[in-house]
Design a binder for this molecule. Structure first.
Ligand code: ZN
Length: 190
């Protein structure tokens, strides 16, 4: 699959809950492959952004699968970690605000409060259970992606915050959006 397969708002599927996977079949492995290919393809079309992670629903596949780039600071590294049926088992640390973007919310960025540390359990690509503890930006990624599996988009967390919305300018810098006009009245987002 390519970046053309990535769905974006206002597609209502992004606000539906994905289903748990029972057995990791060859079809599931193909979906995982497609998710990685589409993320890299999307990134290669963007000058100032990195495709850090993707949830299957972003390819319009309502299954609980998340892929996360192993080294999102290095655009040359195209390897990913796979999380099937990912779940946050514990939220820890402080609540921290930082910028988030989403392949399914083109050009809009938001300052989203998230926990600084989370514990995650999931199945790997072989169907074997494992657990990870994530801190900082990786903790944010997990919260963002697991939200996708549950039908939530990052803007849903900040919809009442007039200061939280930004757009990516062509030079790569962020500029605050006009909340009433560009956010509240924007029927693409809600
Ligand atoms: Zn997203």
């Amino acid at each position: 699959m390519t970046k053309e397969n990535i769905i974006a708002l206002p597609n209502p599927h992004l606000r539906e809950k994905s289903k748990r996977i029972g057995v990791v079949t060859p079809e599931i492995k193909k979906v995982v492959q497609d998710m990685q290919t589409a993320t890299i393809d999307w990134e290669q079309s963007r000058d100032h952004e990195v495709g850090v992670a993707l949830a299957a629903i972003q390819l319009d596949i309502p299954l609980k699968i998340v892929v996360v780039r192993n080294n999102y600071d290095n655009k040359e590294d195209h390897t990913f970690s796979v999380f099937i049926n990912p779940e946050i088992t514990k939220y820890e640390g402080r609540i921290v605000e930082d910028f988030e973007g989403c392949l399914s919310v083109p050009d809009v960025y938001g300052k989203v409060p998230r926990h600084d540390k989370v514990r995650v359990k999931a199945l790997d690509i072989h169907g074997k259970p494992f657990r990870v503890t994530a801190e900082g930006f990786l903790a944010r990624i997990f919260q963002h992606e697991i939200d996708h599996c549950n039908g939530l988009v990052f803007i849903d967390h900040i919809k009442d915050d007039p200061q939280a919305f930004f757009k990516l300018k062509e030079d790569g810098n962020l500029e605050q959006l006009n909340y009433e006009k560009d956010v509240r009245a924007n029927s693409i987002l809600w």
